[in-house]
Design a binder for this molecule. Structure first.
Ligand SMILES: [Zn+2]
Ligand SMILES: [Zn+2]
Length: 468
């Protein structure tokens, strides 16, 4: 769960352009799932690299996954979502992501590979077979200076991963939509040795198209890579190859072996994406207090944050009558850009909270608007109102209850059916503001109906069934 607080004095910015959420199509639900960008990274880490043992290799993967998502968000826009959950985009494991992988995502939060000041196009695949492919050799439009081919001795130390597929000419003819196929051979290879063009009685076949058509018709586990030899034997076709995946960019098996050999994640990324760089994380300076851990960058404007955060915590506990169980962490970002990169939130968002971490914009701006204390209180209220394990509460209720506790004098109003979706993914600041106002008014009507102490108990017990 994640919460946002607006700069109320700023107007007109559009969130959608830099949305902190991805819409993900899953087999289990008819509507796309809305996932925070960092939760997407953790889910893709579990789907793509769950077997990794090296923490440095996992960090390299997390940064590659995050960068890929940043560059490719919206590739399924025509179908109404950003990403699918399969290896077509990045394989996701959304439920029960291991804590170890969540931690790796958190440790690399917001970090992306850049080239020329922008997130770089990146790819990764399972095992390059010792020879990485140049992106341009597979997808001419994807050619980039940092996506050249090259040797990779590291994955080979884990074995060549040989595979063998026995298919028939008839099967392949049907897969390719040909009336018949009587001959098939490799006509040309790319510089890395992968099949580039096949020769057949029906004329030349692009090896990438052959790979896709055969995979779609017969399943993806037959022809695992394009690094293969192919021989027609009677009516059968024997394809023997090694490695797995397209071989472009980061080789997962190689990255894991490099990590085990003691390479750091910047070294691993430099090996697979030479010439790109990871934008440096904020050099955090801890300012611990009795009740809150505050991390800043040393700016003078941060000095009052620890005391204000401690006061906000006590005030939130007093207003809710609940204890904040997980010790709060406040991260004060030195620049709007750093905040945006790390939180995924737009510049007009003043603060956002996920888990027990409150992320705060540079405080000078909030202090100038005289809102620093109020913003910290709002975020601390979210921590105090965090639902108990197993309790699910709609976002409008959590947001509305925090707002109502801050300002209990509100005209009650029924819940607007658009409010929940607007809080989750607002199209504009004005829409988000309207959603806040309605959430508070809807909570006010809950309080009028059920009483204050009953409503304050819902984070522990859940909402009554008949409540909206
Ligand atoms: Zn996809
Ligand atoms: Zn490799």
């Amino acid at each position: 769960m994640r919460f946002l607080t607006l700069f109320f004095t700023l107007l007109g910015a559009i969130l959608a352009q830099n949305s902190p959420f991805y819409r993900v199509k899953t087999a289990s639900s008819p509507e796309p799932l809305v996932l925070h960008r960092e939760d997407y990274v953790a889910a893709a880490l579990a789907g793509e690299a769950g077997g990794f043992t090296s923490a440095e290799a996992l960090k390299a993967m997390a940064i590659t996954i995050r960068t890929y998502a940043r560059v490719n968000a919206g590739r399924h826009r025509a179908e109404g979502f950003d990403f699918c959950e399969t290896t077509h985009c990045q394989k996701l494991l959304i439920q029960n992501v291991p804590a170890r992988l969540r931690q790796i995502a958190a440790d690399t939060e917001g970090l992306v590979l850049e080239a020329g000041g922008r997130p770089a196009e990146v790819f990764h695949s399972r095992h390059c077979g010792g020879r990485r492919e140049a992106a341009g050799a597979v997808w001419p439009a994807a050619a980039r200076p940092w996506l050249q081919g090259g040797e990779d001795t590291y994955c080979l130390s884990a074995g060549r991963q040989p595979w063998r597929a026995r298919l028939t000419l008839d099967q392949l003819a049907r897969a390719l939509g040909f009336p018949s196929l009587t001959s098939l051979a490799i006509a040309r290879r790319t510089a890395s040795g992968r099949a580039a063009t096949l020769r057949s009685n029906r004329g030349p076949i692009d090896a990438e198209i052959f790979h896709l058509q055969a995979g779609r018709a017969l399943g993806w586990d037959h022809i695992r890579s394009r690094l293969y030899d192919l021989r027609v034997e009677g009516a059968g076709v024997l394809i023997e190859g090694w490695g797995a995946g397209h071989g472009v960019g980061l080789c997962q098996t190689g990255a894991e072996e490099r990590g085990k050999a003691g390479h750091t994640y910047p070294q691993i990324l430099e090996a697979y994406f030479p010439g790109t760089h990871v934008r440096h994380p904020v050099p955090w300076r801890p300012l611990h207090t009795e009740s809150v851990d505050v991390y800043g960058s040393g700016a003078a404007a941060e000095n009052e944050v620890p005391a204000l955060a401690g006061r906000a915590l006590r005030e939130a506990e007093r207003l809710t009558g609940r204890r904040i169980s997980a010790r709060p962490v406040v991260r004060v970002y030195p620049t709007v850009a750093a905040f945006r990169d790390a939180s995924g939130d737009a510049g007009f968002i003043a603060a956002s909270t996920r888990g027990n971490v409150i992320r705060l914009q540079p405080p000078a701006r909030l202090a100038a608007e005289n809102r620093l204390a109020a913003v910290l209180l709002h975020e601390m209220l979210h921590l105090a109102l965090a639902p108990a394990p197993g309790v699910r509460l709609p976002r409008w209720f959590q947001e509305g209850l925090a707002l109502w506790l801050e300002q209990p004098v509100t005209q009650p109003a029924p819940l607007d059916p658009r409010t929940e979706a607007r809080l989750l993914n607002p199209a504009s600041e004005a829409e988000l503001r309207a959603a806040y106002a309605n959430a508070r008014a809807a909570v006010a009507s809950m309080v009028a109906r059920y009483g204050r102490s009953a409503v304050l108990g819902w984070p522990a017990t859940g909402m009554p069934r008949e409540a909206p």
